[in-house]
Design a protein around this ligand. Structure first.
Ligand code: GLP
Length: 250
């Protein structure tokens, strides 16, 4: 029987709209589509490299290249000797400056936010220090619980200089989308992660037990000219998120 994956690959190969001449990119897209459509569920294994290359008439190198890219993105995970699986936890590569909305969409999940605050005010002395702003500068403040469908994943408090985002109502689902529309999408960020035990208030919002493990993350993002465009404190559920960093020798 043909697997969902091989039939999706063949469909993309026939579809002139795909316009993807490179086999490994086509296969990567096919895998992504099948995961999006839940043809292979989180935690389930992909067919082996050998089976895929035989079924599709592709070289092992091509199949490995297609899969490797998705492992790097965190959509797939590999267990030594056991094979390749659709990632169950949300695996977030730390080297890419992406938004919550982009991360979730890339995994076929439905990002949404509940706002507790979406307003404008004066920068506090601590924020002014952290963001290099003059005392009293106007800033937009967002306080959101971030969900995948109905499941809360993180709480985020963001501060953005009004010079980059003059009106908080410009943020609907995604802060980065709103910044992008203003030509102020961050280009670089410094991020600090810390293990925490979630307080009663955070645990309630995240639907987990008080004292569950969490990750506190602070992100300061910069524009090309060095101005800070975001200062965000987040609390992520520790039972769902894996942050992965690629390390290289010099
Ligand atoms: C992540 C980061 C935040 C950033 C957010 C933007 O969650 N930790 O620092 O503000 O992404 O996401 P979005 O554009 O979906 O609002």
């Amino acid at each position: 029987m043909e697997s969902v994956l091989t039939s999706e690959y063949r469909r993309l190969s026939r579809d002139p709209a795909t316009q993807q001449p490179l086999a490994y990119l086509r296969l990567r897209q096919a895998i992504r589509n099948v995961i999006d459509q839940r043809g292979i569920e989180p935690g389930q294994a992909l067919p082996s490299e050998r089976d895929l290359s035989q079924a599709l008439g592709l070289s092992r190198v091509t199949v490995r290249k297609a899969i490797g890219g998705l492992v790097e993105e965190g959509l797939l995970t590999q267990r030594h000797g056991a094979g390749t699986f659709v990632a169950e936890r949300i695996v977030k590569p730390m080297s890419r400056l992406t938004s919550f909305t982009e991360d979730l969409r890339a995994r076929g999940l439905n990002p949404r936010s509940e706002f507790f605050e979406r307003g404008i005010g004066e920068v506090t002395p601590e924020e002014a220090m952290a963001m290099n702003l003059s005392p009293g500068a106007p800033v937009v403040r967002l306080h959101r619980v971030r969900y995948a469908g109905d499941e809360p994943l993180a709480i985020e408090r963001s501060v953005v200089p009004a010079s980059a985002l003059p009106d908080p109502a410009l943020v609907h689902d995604s802060l980065y989308e709103a910044l992008e529309q203003r030509g102020c999408r961050p280009r670089r960020a410094l991020q600090r992660l810390r293990a925490v035990l979630l307080t009663a208030q955070h645990a309630r919002l995240l639907h987990v037990a008080v004292g569950s493990a969490g990750l506190a993350i602070e992100r300061r993002s910069f524009l090309d000219d060095g101005r800070i465009v975001e200062f965000t404190s987040s609390w992520y559920r520790g039972d769902i998120y894996d942050f992965v960093a690629e390390l290289q020798t010099d």
